[in-house]
Design a protein around this ligand. Structure first.
Ligand SMILES: Cc1cc2nc3c(=O)[nH]c(=O)nc-3n(C[C@H](O)[C@H](O)[C@H](O)COP(=O)(O)O)c2cc1C
Ligand SMILES: O=C(O)C(=O)c1ccccc1
Length: 383
């Protein structure tokens, strides 16, 4: 199926009288999710750090940039395809890592893997997934693995080795979340998915983790296992020097997620990394932090052209994607929209979100005079 068929299919379904089960404006998915999902799970996904002002700014900042459409440029045949970190993509859209997906749907990461595979879209599996990576890999198409770098190096090496053995082709190392931030929605609800054993599956299935707690996780040692997980989840003492060790562990591309300062982007390149994700974790970590899109231009001018620059935090539409690409990203990741859609519509819901985004991007590019990603430059934007 070509990309221009994505919107046709949706339109034709509408003309036939069958409304899409979920909103086609992804901003409105959040409202649908508020009404349709259990309160605590919805709050976990929708929530962010502190007063959530950075999460709001991530969305609002897109309105400060305007697309200036160009006419009469023969956009009759479009190609949104690209290759990022060696992975071929139908469009510059990747499912970002979102942990604990079984709080939203019983099939969790498996449903996401099937939806992404059906469309040839790359999925990034979280270390905090609620399904072990080997099970997800068996159902997934193109796939990257997101590492939460644990304290214990032996455990880190084991997770990385399993990811390589399971066919994950790039390592996305998240730096901004060695611990969860001050998140009032979850604190007020006393809600943590892990206390229900959701999000620890990659750890509990790991031989190094099991060795450390004296054997497989059972009802008898579950509390011990959870304490060991908490103690090992993240390492606040890591520095740039530690990246040399990581580089030795993984042969494929490594990208650092959570970069917000141009000097950090520079250090990533100097440390031999293959890319960065400009991201503030959807505003879930440092409230008051710079809106992610505001961080992008300076980072792109510091390292763009030398490394792969990915972007996330606030992408909700084709226009948002076009703006992020124009400001220097090679591709974007999405988070909350597909999590909401999973909760509301399972595998089909995730497919809906991907088709909407790709169709909207295709149309927005065409109508603003762009046929390929190579045509996208900062010149198409006005502040
Ligand atoms: C419920 C939830 C869980 C997340 N879990 C992870 C995770 O396990 N690893 C990670 O690197 N990022 C995680 N993120 C952050 C996303 O990868 C992404 O940076 C963020 O959601 C992007 O912003 P957006 O939601 O506005 O698209 C999570 C985000 C949400 C909403
Ligand atoms: O909630 C998050 O943002 C997140 O990144 C995370 C971290 C650990 C486990 C699950 C999700």
């Amino acid at each position: 199926m070509s990309l221009s068929d994505f919107q046709n299919e949706i339109y034709l379904a509408g003309l036939g009288g069958a409304r899409p089960g979920l909103p086609t404006d992804l901003h409105r998915l959040e409202e649908a999710a508020r009404q349709g999902l259990p309160e605590q799970a919805f709050g976990y996904v929708a929530g962010a750090a502190g007063s959530e002002s950075t999460a709001r700014a991530n969305l609002a900042v897109f309105d400060q940039w305007k697309i200036v459409p160009r006419m009469l440029r023969d956009v009759g045949s479009r190609d949104l395809g690209t290759t990022v970190l060696g992975t071929a993509m139908p469009a510059p859209v990747v499912l970002g890592p979102v942990g604990v997906l079984r709080i939203l749907h019983p099939e969790g990461e498996l449903a996401v893997a099937r939806a992404a595979a059906a469309l040839g879209v790359t999925m990034t599996l979280s270390t905090a997934s609620s399904t072990a990576m080997e099970e997800v890999a068996a159902e997934a198409g193109p796939r990257w693995y997101q590492l939460y770098w644990p304290k214990d190096r032996e455990l880190a090496a084991s997770l990385i080795g399993r990811a390589a053995d399971s066919g994950f082709t790039a390592l996305v190392v998240t730096l901004d979340t060695f611990t969860l931030a001050w998140r009032p929605r979850d604190l007020d609800q006393a809600y943590l998915p892990f206390l229900q054993g959701i999000g620890v599956q990659n750890y509990f299935s790991d031989p190094v983790f099991q060795k450390a707690i004296g054997g497989p996780v059972t009802d008898a040692n579950r509390d011990l296992a959870l304490l060991h997980w908490v103690a090992n989840f993240g390492n606040p003492t890591l520095t740039w020097d530690d990246l040399a060790w990581l580089r030795e562990q993984w042969d494929g591309p490594i990208v650092l997620k959570g970069i917000q300062h141009p000097e950090d982007a520079r250090r990533a390149v100097d440390a031999g990394m293959d890319g960065i994700v400009v991201s503030n974790h959807g505003g879930r970590q440092v409230n008051g932090a710079i809106a992610a899109l505001d961080a992008l231009p300076a980072i792109a001018s510091a390292v763009g052209g030398e490394t792969t620059v990915l972007f996330d935090s606030g992408i909700r539409s084709g226009a948002d994607i076009l703006k992020a690409l124009a400001l220097g990203a090679q591709a974007v990741m999405i988070g909350r929209p597909y999590a909401y859609a999973l909760g509301l519509g399972g595998e089909e819901g995730v497919r809906h979100v991907l088709r909407c985004l790709m169709a909207d991007l295709d149309l927005t590019m065409a109508l603003s005079g762009h046929s390929t990603l190579a045509d996208i430059t900062p010149a198409l934007l006005s502040r």
